[in-house]
Design a protein around this ligand. Structure first.
Ligand code: SAM
Length: 324
């Protein structure tokens, strides 16, 4: 484990600009990683400002503990526990929240963390290695239908059925003592690559056939979409009116949820319009705008995408808590 391993922050200036940092404001960086965004925030805060960072990964927390600054503290916690954690620090509301979703470069690059299909390591994939089953444990007794659903829903994997059957049959053979257990990232990558080879599938240059399988398993094991939904649900109350959430997504499953949080679902929109038009109601909770308003959206510049490949798929949305 190397807590100081590097991570190049994505859309750094754009997200800090989007937050419109107040020098004496109170902020939370929900995904500390190696602290690129936290350091940028601290540089914009004055002596009365405060920054609380979160990360579920103990390596990231160890890196954060090296920051000696009375305005800063780091918590080993998931951001779905934001409200309780802040309450325990006596913080009821914030001026801004920053979330740079997904995995950090050290998590991907360190083979021991088990996220990489190119660097062989233990088949783990947990951001917090003490939270929930590892990928190897989960795969050892998953059934084909559940695994196929995960690969399809979280990875949009076109061979989800074939890959699920190949993995489950390997794990069942291992349980009978007829094959080696599936314990390494390299072995899982090979199982997937064999399915692609059998199908004669064309793979675009620079893409490994196991990319989508690894993405899907990682999202599932770390409950990444549940975490995001919990954050989007609590952001409007934890932010002061006018407070901002800058959120960087790396794939459409995340970005779609972020986008929808500032829009009313069509049925609710229709119901509100109908009530307002025909019942001549005074504005009440049912006719108010959505609790978050999108104020900007940005992608990495060509220059940033060239120097930091992670930035290529990043989308930053800045949402503002509306007056309620
Ligand atoms: C993309 S990295 C953040 C990089 C960071 N902005 C930087 O500049 O170094 C994402 C980090 O968020 C953490 N993380 C992801 N989901 C989380 C969650 N639900 N709760 C807390 N931390 C989470 C990961 O462990 C990882 O360290």
């Amino acid at each position: 484990m190397t807590p100081t391993a590097a991570h190049q922050p994505v859309l750094l200036e754009e997200s800090l600009e989007g937050l419109a940092v107040k020098p004496d404001g109170v902020y939370a960086d929900l995904t500390f990683g190696r602290g690129g965004h936290s350091r940028g925030l601290l540089a914009r805060l004055g002596p009365a400002g405060r920054l609380v960072a979160f990360d579920r990964d103990p390596d990231a927390v160890a890196a954060g503990q090296a920051i000696q600054d009375p305005r800063f503290e780091i918590l080993h916690a998931t951001f779905s526990t934001l409200e309780q954690r802040l309450a325990s620090l006596g913080i009821a509301q914030l001026d801004g929240l920053l979330a740079d979703l997904g995995v950090s470069s050290p998590q991907l690059d360190e083979a021991q963390r088990g996220f990489s299909f190119t660097r062989d390591g233990p088949l783990d994939m947990r951001m917090d290695p003490a939270d929930g089953p590892s990928a190897a444990q989960w795969l050892s007794d998953v059934d084909v239908d559940e695994l196929e659903g995960v690969l399809k829903d979280h990875g949009d994997e076109r061979y989800s059925g074939q890959i699920a059957r190949a993995i489950v049959s390997r794990c069942k053979a291992a349980a009978r003592g007829e094959a080696e257990p599936l314990l390494r990232t390299g072995e899982l990558a090979q199982v997937v690559a064999r399915v692609y080879a059998k199908k004669g599938a064309r793979i675009s240059p620079g893409h490994h056939p196991a990319t989508r399988t690894f993405q899907a398993l990682r999202i599932h094991l770390n409950r990444e979409l549940d975490e995001l939904e919990a954050l989007l649900a609590c952001a409007p109350t934890i932010l002061r009116p006018g407070g901002r959430l800058a959120i960087i997504s790396f794939h459409s499953l995340e970005d779609r949820r972020v986008k929808q949080s500032s829009r009313l679902p069509p049925i609710e929109r229709h119901a509100r319009m109908t009530r307002a038009r025909f019942a001549m109601l005074k504005p009440d909770a049912s006719t108010l705008p959505p609790p978050l308003r999108e104020i900007s959206r940005a992608r990495a510049s060509a220059a940033e995408a060239r120097t930091n490949p992670r930035a290529r798929s990043a989308v930053l949305r800045v949402l503002e808590a509306t007056q309620r």
